[in-house]
Ligand binder design. Structure first.
Ligand SMILES: *Cc1c(COP(=O)(O)O)cnc(C)c1O
Length: 488
């Protein structure tokens, strides 16, 4: 196929990957607002060229648009508040801090009227340092320590999301010894698992999170773990039971799974309110809203998801004859994921020959080239391809090119053959050492999951706002890498 200018498609490319009509163009849903090529053809954010960012901050570098973060945060808040206004007066949106957390981000979250979801004492420490009121913070986790529970009570958290019966008892006891009341939600497993385009519904859960809603999941005859926890919570004086919580998965595009989970939880909530003569005023439907990593991903606008969920909450509450609880949601990826790209410098290039079956059965194997483009980071700054087989996309950022598309694999510099940044992408044939590549969609679960494998320093995060760039997390230095080595 080489030399055929009409078709540069490689037999090694996955079916979903099309040869872009224009290799220099930024494909739309993947990039933050404010990212565009400048007149010289270089990628720029709010007018700041990537070469300038590299000069100031080095590579690899996470480059984040603060305006885009704020816009996406507001978009979720506005869409859900509109859709639920007449059902429960609006929605509380908790940004899931585990996707990307630092004090600057906590302040943006607060300034945009959102709240904050945390999952550990360390994340609470960041929230505390940023100065967000504890009332606007939630704490998750399937294995909270006593220290974390104390910290949550010290900070007077708005909610502790309890994950097991044993933890409920522990929270009740710790709050009682302090002479306080803990605000608690119970995390349930509704048996709805969603993944991207489908969801599956099962009675029993086989995972570590939450309290099972299946009827025979405890020693107490006929009671589910979820019901046993509701009954226990209602009986503890040191527990204020706010309501129920679920989180059905991540990177989900279709709203049906969220809607089914909402319906299941509402039915359970109504039954428990009646049986135990209690009121649970809140229902949290978790996060998991998907984003575009490649051009074939098709995330829905927040309004579409909000309306689908609102329709189910409205009709289910009407059918059950209950007052709708106050709804909350916990988007992480969908707020921060697309705000950020990672900037890398290209180093070694290598083309290997790969045998693939010929076009028809009788034909012999044909050999196809695959080009490996090494960059100065890798699995230490983006573990998602290794962890989840996640796909990404990349473009040549430091310049445009009129060269032909070549199927490429962007890889890191770690001693690991699985160290892949972008498994399959068409890049210009003339990409060379010293060029800059940008990988979009790296705002969520990349910096957060970063490591020091091979003693690589973790990259910094730059926030760009209204044409100026500032470090919100500095990159590590060699001294940082050596700091904890006791040398004894
Ligand atoms: C991870 C997580 C979220 C956020 O998930 P996203 O896919 O980033 O939206 C929300 N709630 C809980 C309980 C989580 O564990």
């Amino acid at each position: 196929m080489t030399g055929n200018s009409l078709n540069h498609a490689s037999l090694l490319a996955p079916e979903w990957l099309a040869v872009p009509a224009d290799l220099n163009a930024l494909q739309d849903p993947l990039w933050a607002a404010g990212v565009a090529r400048n007149d010289a053809g270089e990628l720029a954010i709010d007018g700041i060229p990537v070469s300038e960012l590299q000069r100031q901050f080095g590579t690899p570098l996470f480059v984040m648009s603060e305006n885009d973060f704020r816009t996406r945060a507001r978009a979720f808040s506005d869409a859900f508040n509109d859709a639920f206004a007449d059902i429960c007066g609006g929605v509380d949106v908790y940004y899931a801090g585990k996707s990307f957390l630092c004090t600057a981000v906590v302040r943006w979250v607060e300034e945009e009227g959102l709240r904050l979801d945390t999952a550990s004492g360390g994340e609470l420490a960041v929230a505390h340092r940023a100065g967000i009121p504890g009332a606007d913070v939630a704490l998750h986790g399937n294995n909270k320590s006593d220290g974390e529970i104390h910290r949550a009570l010290d900070m007077k958290l708005g909610r502790i999301v309890v994950d097991s019966l044993a933890e409920l008892e522990r929270v009740a006891r710790i709050a009682a010894t302090r002479g306080e009341t803990a605000k608690v939600m119970l995390r349930l497993t509704p048996g709805v698992h969603a993944h991207t385009h489908e969801f599956i519904a099962t009675a029993h859960e086989d995972q570590k999170f939450g309290l099972s809603m299946a009827g025979d999941s405890t020693d107490v005859a006929g009671l589910s773990a979820a019901e046993e926890a509701v009954a226990a919570a209602a009986g503890f004086e040191s527990i204020e039971l706010l309501g129920l919580h679920c989180h059905i998965g991540s990177q989900i595009f279709e709203p049906d799974g969220f809607a089914l989970a909402a319906e299941k939880l509402l039915r359970f909530l109504a039954a428990m309110q009646e049986k135990y003569s209690i009121v649970m005023p809140e229902l949290d439907l978790g996060g998991g809203y998907g984003i575009a990593y490649t051009p074939v991903d098709t995330p829905r606008p927040p309004a579409e998801i909000a309306q689908a969920m609102a329709a189910v909450v409205r009709s289910t509450c009407a059918e059950l004859g209950i007052t709708a609880p106050r709804i909350s949601i916990e988007p992480g990826r969908a707020i921060v994921g697309s705000t950020t790209f990672t900037l890398y410098e290209v180093g070694t290039l290598k083309t290997v020959r790969v045998d693939v079956p010929g076009p028809d059965e009788s034909a012999e194997n044909v050999t196809h080239p695959r080009r490996y483009v090494s960059v100065d980071g890798g699995m230490s700054d983006n573990a998602r391809p290794v962890l989840y087989d996640a796909d990404y996309s990349a473009i040549l950022a430091s310049r445009t090119s009129e060269a032909a598309p070549q199927l490429s694999r962007v890889v890191g510099k770690h001693c690991e053959s699985g160290d892949i940044v972008v498994r399959d992408v068409y890049l210009p044939e003339d990409v060379a050492a010293g060029d800059l590549l940008a990988v979009p969609g790296t705002g969520a679960y990349c910096w957060a999951l970063s490591s020091n494998y091979n003693y690589l320093a973790r990259p910094g995060v730059v926030a760009v706002r209204d044409g100026s760039a500032r470090l919100i997390v500095r990159g590590e230095t060699e001294q940082d890498l050596l700091n904890r080595d006791m040398g004894v």
